[in-house]
Design a protein. Structure first.
Length: 158
């Protein structure tokens, strides 16, 4: 089985504000870095989107994946079992249902372990992902976070 290590981070300048994510994926001698910026989004959305995009980039199904994230929101949602109850309630009154449903599609394709790492505490790859996320949030021509904008329009953020 393929072993893949993933580091992710998300950032938003203002919350909401311009945001971005950074990803580092390592498998054997291979390393891939991915980042993307978005206009008007939240930090939690970028943290979750980073994990989703990383998992969507894994080509071999049933890979053993370890995801390192400094997002308690993401890591605890999975490790503490909150996501299961949110899914059973069809994400009623939960934020970011569009991303959580997208996450579930790729999550079930692999054997994934989530590990929380303290942010800004000297973990080299976490720090690099943070730098990538912040830099992505400062790019020009940022993509629109359509899911976030739709939630504003639908007034489902409250």
């Amino acid at each position: 089985m393929t072993e893949i290590t993933v580091y992710t981070d998300g950032a938003a300048r203002g919350n909401p504000g311009n945001g971005g994510y950074g990803i580092i994926m390592i498998s054997g001698k291979y390393r891939k870095e991915i980042s993307q910026g978005f206009a008007y989004t939240t930090n939690n959305r970028m943290e979750l989107l980073a994990v989703i995009v990383a998992l969507e980039n894994i080509k071999l199904k049933n890979s053993n994946v370890t995801v390192y994230s400094d997002s308690k929101y993401v890591v605890d949602a999975i490790n503490a079992g909150w996501l299961n109850s949110w899914e059973n309630m069809h994400f009623k009154n939960k934020k970011n249902p569009d991303l959580w449903m997208r996450f579930l599609k790729v999550y079930k394709q692999h054997n994934i372990k989530f590990v929380w790492v303290e942010g800004h505490a000297g973990n080299l790859l976490n720090e690099l992902c943070d730098k990538m996320a912040v830099e992505a949030s400062m790019q020009t021509n940022l993509q629109e976070d359509k899911g976030y904008m739709q939630s504003i329009e639908d007034n489902t953020l409250l």
